[in-house]
Design a protein around this ligand. Structure first.
Ligand SMILES: Cc1cc2nc3c(=O)[nH]c(=O)nc-3n(C[C@H](O)[C@H](O)[C@H](O)COP(=O)(O)O)c2cc1C
Length: 401
């Protein structure tokens, strides 16, 4: 399909579409400046949907922000698209997440007594159906094309996750005024969904103010994506973000009415700083490659971080979680549970809460199969004996391994 075809089909209003070489030959690369697609296409509705139909509709809804490539590996037309759905620079941090996961193999084991494994996971007293929750993803307009309102998006992500027995997530965009954040939380509260709230590394008092608002709205835990500090340049007036010192982390932990996770951790020394600050946990994450080019994939750094933390706080991880096998790999490497970002967003655009629920149930069923075929009766039974590396992890130099 050419860009002209797309225009003819009314997917773009005007011809500000630039075709360029693409790694996917049938899909044109579209400039960031392309006008937004018309907002006539709506998500599918109804139960008994097939994942393929949901993804086809998501593609129609989200282009040119996201082409819903068959394999979301950072090598599609989204390269460099931030804001948007891609990553920084040449998308290499995004690709590193995918490649590091792909380099791990599962040791199939078939001589054991595990029939139907228990995929459930306890998250601070909440029994979840699986060790996968939604990652905070913000910016329905500037990142996703503006097809869903904030209320629709929050309802889709958190409603779908709730229906599938897990937790959704609500984000806090750097440039969003306080009332936008409050509206999202109001939606969550009015529907009675439980979720994680992802806060930005704003000034201390601004974070604490948002913690208080969120704590009143069915929220289970907070994340603060410390790695968003680098995006201070894009913050709007009065909405500044900043890197945090260990003392500031301690102050935030003390002020938090709920378990607090520091997100964006990629080295053992910073994981230990978070632990020592009293964090309930960390999120090993390179933000889907969206904050700094050429960072490692999370599966590369996770084992050393897990060894250093040694069970003293919870470890969440994200990066290209699409399948149950991805979840098993991350847990075998040392995570307690995973967050999934882009794939939940696609489910939401394809079929609102039904699409999100379908994605969540699919990944849970796949995890159950992976656990049976590696001999893990419970999530806690998943261990490093169940995986092998196809290539040795890259040498770490300059930072503690
Ligand atoms: C469109 C988009 C918006 C995001 N917004 C946020 C955010 O507001 N807060 C945050 O902590 N992470 C944000 N992230 C990062 C995700 O939480 C997650 O770390 C990242 O996408 C990696 O997961 P994935 O590979 O499953 O997408 C965003 C990611 C995307 C793609």
């Amino acid at each position: 399909m050419s860009t002209i075809d797309l225009n003819r089909r009314g997917l773009f209003k005007a011809g500000a579409v630039i075709a360029a070489a693409s790694t996917i030959s049938s899909i044109p690369v579209v400039a960031q400046a392309a006008e937004e697609p018309e907002k006539k296409i709506r998500p599918l509705t109804g139960k008994n949907l097939k994942m393929k139909d949901v993804l086809d509709r998501a593609r129609e809804m989200m282009m040119p922000r996201c082409y819903v490539c068959a394999e979301c590996n950072g090598r599609g037309p989204c390269i460099g698209q931030v804001p948007g759905f891609g990553g920084m620079g040449a998308n290499r941090s995004f690709q590193a997440n995918y490649d590091a996961l792909a380099a791990i193999r599962l040791n199939g084991r078939v001589v054991h007594g595990v029939h139907v494994p228990d995929t459930s996971f306890d998250f601070f007293g909440n029994k979840l159906s699986m060790p996968v929750m939604a990652a905070p993803t913000g910016g329905t307009t500037y990142n996703m094309g503006g097809h869903l309102t904030e209320a629709e998006f929050v309802t889709a992500i958190c409603g779908g996750c709730t229906a599938a027995g897990t937790l959704g997530a609500v984000a806090d965009g750097i440039g969003d005024p306080l009332n936008v954040f409050e509206e999202r939380l109001q939606t969550l509260k009015s529907k009675g969904f439980k979720a994680i709230v992802g806060l930005k590394p704003r000034r201390q008092q601004d974070i604490i103010e948002r913690m208080k608002i969120a704590a009143n709205a069915g929220v289970v835990a907070f994340t603060i994506d410390l790695d968003s500090a680098g995006r201070a340049a894009r913050a709007t007036k009065g909405q500044t973000v900043e890197p945090k010192t260990p003392e500031q982390l301690r102050e935030l932990v003390k002020a938090s009415p709920l378990p607090l996770f520091f997100k964006g951790i990629l080295t053992t020394d910073e994981a230990l700083l978070c632990l020592n600050a009293g964090a309930a946990g960390i999120v090993v994450s390179n933000h889907g490659g969206r904050v700094l080019a050429d960072e490692p994939g999370t599966a590369e750094v996770l084992p050393a971080i897990a060894d250093a933390i040694h069970g003293r706080c919870m470890i969440l991880v994200d990066g290209c979680v699409k399948r149950g096998t991805d979840v098993e790999k991350y847990i075998a490497l040392g995570a307690d549970a995973c967050l999934a970002g882009r794939h939940f967003v696609r489910g939401a655009h394809g079929a609102l809460a039904d699409g999100v629920e379908l994605f969540a149930n699919t990944i849970r069923n796949e995890l159950a199969v992976a656990m049976t075929l590696t001999g893990a009766a419970k999530v806690k039974d998943i261990n490093r004996k169940m995986i092998r590396m196809t290539t040795p992890p890259p040498l770490a130099f300059g930072v503690p391994a």
